[in-house]
Design a protein around this ligand. Structure first.
Ligand SMILES: NC(=O)c1ccc[n+]([C@@H]2O[C@H](COP(=O)([O-])OP(=O)(O)OC[C@H]3O[C@@H](n4cnc5c(N)ncnc54)[C@H](O)[C@@H]3O)[C@@H](O)[C@H]2O)c1
Length: 261
């Protein structure tokens, strides 16, 4: 079934080979957008593009992309614009959990790695995608933060710090675009635990028992379950579409009620 909520649009999704990226890519294509799928994992991005193109020929493109590298951003944005004929949506999605370490045990190596992948990447993406987003006439930046950007947890210092910074930085970009009179919106999305490989460390802590790990993670969530990738993808679809044309500088919690408590 194909809809047209983002018909004619062109999206660059980073970290597209991962759990959330795949769900977003498939949903945006189903709703009419072309997608540029970038990831450190080129084979994963290619496999997804090939699978999408079976049912939607010519709609997906794959690129090798280390989001911490500025030269990669320049190359990938340029290639995506060429291949898709423009760029109207940027989803800064690539991210890692980093090591679970309390402040006293944390290392600069862990800290800097998480900052580079989760935060500096977002700055580089907003910087280098802005010109084509402006040129599209209706651009949308969707930054994937986390509920961990709004609420802290022991052992998650580096991750909390990056995701909180992404939350406020998104508002800065939104206000700059508005002030300049550009029709480019920027919003952040804040998921709680969603079933993707990023939860693997929690599964390992539960002795490899995935169902048990997910059940433990769900305990503190009012809806008593963790999320599915499509729960996040639907929010990204809304923010990417013109349905959200009056929405900018906002944050969207996909958290089963966690932060309502
Ligand atoms: N799944 C969750 O529970 C959850 C909750 C809140 C926020 N998030 C956020 O959602 C985003 C996507 O996470 P996911 O759950 O799909 O995780 P995932 O591990 O399935 O996917 C992450 C992807 O990012 C890629 N990546 C890692 N380093 C990269 C780099 N330097 N350059 C380019 N790509 C790189 C990986 O190859 C992988 O494909 C992340 O920003 C994450 O912090 C996830």
């Amino acid at each position: 079934m194909t809809g047209g909520r983002v018909a004619g649009k062109a999206a660059l999704i980073t970290g597209a080979a991962g759990g959330l990226g795949q769900a977003m890519a498939r949903m945006l294509v189903r709703e009419g957008a072309k997608v540029a799928l970038s990831d450190l994992d080129l084979n994963g991005a290619r496999a997804l593009a090939e699978a999408i193109n079976v049912d939607h020929p010519g709609m997906a493109f794959a690129y090798e992309h280390d989001v911490t590298r500025e030269d990669d951003w320049v190359r990938v944005v340029d290639a995506a614009v060429q291949d898709m004929g423009g760029l109207s949506i940027l989803v800064n999605n690539a991210g890692i959990g980093g090591q679970l370490l309390w402040a006293e045990q944390d290392t600069l190596e862990n800290w800097r790695k998480v900052q580079a992948i989760n935060l500096e990447s977002v700055m580089l993406g907003c910087k280098h995608a802005m010109a084509p987003l402006r040129a599209s006439g209706a651009g949308s930046i969707v930054n994937i933060s986390s509920i961990a950007g709004l609420a802290a947890a022991p052992g998650m210092g580096a991750y909390n710090a990056t995701k909180a910074a992404v939350w406020l930085y998104t508002k800065t970009v939104a206000l700059e675009c508005a002030k300049a009179g550009w029709n480019v919106r920027a919003n952040s999305v804040h998921p709680v635990f969603i079933k993707t490989p990023i939860l693997d460390p929690f599964v390992a802590m539960a002795g490899g028992d995935e169902a048990n790990a997910h059940e433990k993670l769900a305990r503190g969530i009012p809806l008593k379950r963790i999320g599915e990738p499509d729960d996040v993808a639907y929010c990204v679809l809304y923010l990417a579409s013109d349905e959200s044309k009056f929405v900018t500088g906002a944050e969207f919690k996909i958290d089963g009620g966690l932060t309502a408590q």
